[in-house]
Design a protein around this ligand. Structure first.
Ligand SMILES: *[C@@H]1O[C@H](CO)[C@@H](O)[C@H](O)[C@H]1NC(C)=O
Ligand SMILES: *[C@@H]1O[C@H](CO)[C@@H](O)[C@H](O)[C@H]1NC(C)=O
Ligand SMILES: *[C@@H]1O[C@H](CO)[C@@H](O)[C@H](O)[C@H]1NC(C)=O
Ligand SMILES: *[C@@H]1O[C@H](CO)[C@@H](O)[C@H](O)[C@H]1NC(C)=O
Length: 303
């Protein structure tokens, strides 16, 4: 009996609160919804904070990328500044051969335009060249033959890191190389190069291209041709081969022709006929005669 009584007491006691809850449906719904509402508010708050934070971070990241892609123009450094020349010579000019790299054995071929230049220079031996936009991938080099067969030496200029390292694997023992671009201004610059698998674009990132994820960006210094010639410490250039992705006229305009003697110039021109005429007229003013072109390679010689 004792146990029964106890059981009864226990079983009777709990129903009272349940009955009490059922008695007031409003309170019951509120009580049920309260945790839900609290959860919802917390969720919305956290998500809002997260979204605002992510937005802010993305904005800062974007700003940073834009800031970092801006061209630095060192317009107060003149192209013959002795400190600039020493800096280029001591820091940037390197032997055009990387001793630890495996050499690439390529057949030494000669293109028609190089053959033509050699004839113009009457098979000159021990000459000096500057090759801006030097390649050894795909296209044949414009100066390899001169160096290997006629004992020339010179400077190979290449802003694309892949081409630059490829260049240094072709046994160019007599020459120097520089990972840089030629400046379209008579002072040094630092620019961002957008690198794609099929080539490069040299300029700062613009708002509409910043999201492009194909390829990668690198920073590269640009030096005026005249600064590079001074850093080479040579008195004259027999052959200047220039390819700079569309800035050829501006690059030529930076050269003080009265101070540096250049015998033959070849310019790679993929521009309109009007612009080609402008370049011909500009070089004519500087005493260069247009001789002949081989497709997009235009050859000029001093009169
Ligand atoms: C970007 O540059 C501007 C102006 O130079 C500067 O105020 C801002 O803090 C920079 N932003 C970042 C993320 O570096
Ligand atoms: C070079 O010129 C010759 C004719 O003089 C021509 O047959 C040949 O196709 C040219 N080679 C190239 C690579 O343009
Ligand atoms: C530049 O060349 C001259 C001789 O042509 C030489 O006397 C001079 O030491 C060279 N300067 C440097 C910095 O190499
Ligand atoms: C011009 O280019 C075409 C194709 O790239 C080539 O077949 C031709 O031989 C070139 N001509 C000259 C004169 O180099």
């Amino acid at each position: 009996m004792n146990t029964t009584y106890q059981n009864n007491t226990i079983s009777e006691a709990p129903p009272t609160p349940i009955k009490h809850r059922n008695a007031d449906p409003n309170t019951s719904i509120t009580n049920k919804l309260l945790p839900l509402a609290a959860f919802f508010i917390a969720f919305v708050t956290v998500m809002t904070i997260l979204i605002v934070y992510m937005d802010h971070t993305a904005m800062k990241h974007y700003q940073f990328q834009v800031n970092m892609s801006q061209d630095n123009e060192f317009s107060r450094v003149s192209q013959d500044n002795p400190l600039l020349i020493t800096y280029i010579r001591e820091v940037h000019l390197t032997p055009a051969i990387e001793p630890n790299h495996k050499l690439i054995n390529t057949e030494e071929t000669i293109s028609n335009d190089t053959l033509f230049v050699i004839r113009l220079l009457e098979d000159k031996r021990n000459g000096v060249f500057v090759e801006a936009g030097a390649y050894n991938d795909g296209k044949s080099s414009k100066t390899n033959w001169l160096e290997k067969k006629l004992n020339w030496r010179g400077l190979l200029i290449q802003p694309d890191p892949r081409h630059y390292f490829s260049l240094k694997r072709h046994n160019r023992l007599k020459s120097q190389a520089i990972h840089a671009c030629v400046s379209p201004m008579p002072y040094p610059k630092e620019v961002t190069m957008h690198q794609e698998y099929d080539g490069v674009k040299i300029n700062s990132i613009h708002a509409n291209s910043i999201e492009e994820n194909d390829g990668f960006n690198t920073r590269v210094k640009c030096f005026p041709i005249y600064s590079l010639v001074l850093a080479m410490n040579v008195s004259h250039i027999d052959y200047l081969s220039l390819e700079s992705g569309g800035t050829e006229l501006q690059v030529l305009e930076t050269i003080p022709f009265q101070k540096v003697h250049i015998n033959v110039i070849s310019v790679h021109l993929l521009v309109s006929d009007v612009e080609k005429e402008t370049i011909k007229q500009f070089l004519a003013m500087k005493n260069y005669a247009f001789i002949q072109n081989f497709n997009s390679t235009y050859i000029f010689k001093i009169k």
